[in-house]
Design a protein around this ligand. Structure first.
Ligand SMILES: [Zn+2]
Length: 234
């Protein structure tokens, strides 16, 4: 009887250890089971990448004009179904010379999904990105940064780069000044910053991005696309 209880105890413990490991793995920004994943670049040069997730939406124009003011090229991880709804906005991003990444078609968590589902999510979005005139193979960013086995397996098999981030002001702060300060205090050469300007109705996110552009410029950082940033990897 005691022995049986001990086995059950070990079983329960093992279950929690495995569940915890899977959770850590799903959320890890710089580790996955298959292929490479990049959350930042190791360099001594003062270069960083600004990345924007989701959309495109009607917020695109204001953001493009702000980036233009600073002569900065950024990386946009676009959602397939949003490109379908706003193809003109997507085209403007491509025409302005920014990098475009694949953020899946439906923006669902790419965890515990079938291979055929994952394939469709990526390929449908690739086709939409190609249709707006973007020529490169898009890098991929998993929605919510979540991935487990199938998603990295597919991307590795197709030699696709997975890009996450190491600075995420929106996760910790809501106020404009707090977001800018967080970036100012935590920025390092090779950082990849994640911002979400596309669904914001308040203009706050655009103000935060403007503040970050100004702060990083003052600090002597060059802001480049992820593609450019990867060339600085030591
Ligand atoms: Zn997203």
């Amino acid at each position: 009887m005691k022995k049986k209880l001990a086995y059950i105890g070990i079983g329960v413990l093992l279950f929690f250890v495995l569940a915890f490991s899977a959770y850590k793995l799903m959320n890890a920004r710089n580790y996955q089971l298959f292929g490479n994943i990049t959350s930042h670049v190791e360099t001594h040069e003062k270069v960083v990448a600004l990345t924007f997730d989701d959309g495109p939406t009607e917020n695109t124009d204001a953001l493009l004009s702000l980036l233009d003011d600073y002569q900065v090229k950024a990386t946009f991880f676009l959602i397939g179904k949003d490109i379908e709804e706003n193809p003109e906005e997507a085209k403007k991003i491509a025409e302005a010379g920014h990098q475009i990444g694949n953020h899946t078609y439906s923006h669902k968590r790419m965890v515990l999904k079938s291979t055929s589902f994952i394939k469709k999510e990526i390929e449908k979005t690739d086709a939409l990105i190609a249709r707006i005139g973007y020529q490169e193979t898009p890098m991929v960013r998993p929605p919510y940064g979540k991935k487990l086995i199938g998603f990295p397996y597919y991307l590795n098999k197709h030699q696709r780069k997975t890009i996450t981030w190491n600075l995420e002001p929106d996760t910790y702060f809501t106020k404009v000044d707090e977001k800018i300060n967080y970036v100012k205090e935590n920025i390092q050469p090779g950082s990849i910053i994640l911002m979400h300007p596309m669904y914001d109705q308040t203009d706050n996110e655009l103000q935060a991005i403007a503040g970050i552009l100004q702060t990083l410029t003052d600090e002597g950082y060059a802001m480049v696309t992820v593609d450019e940033l990867l060339k600085f990897q030591k």
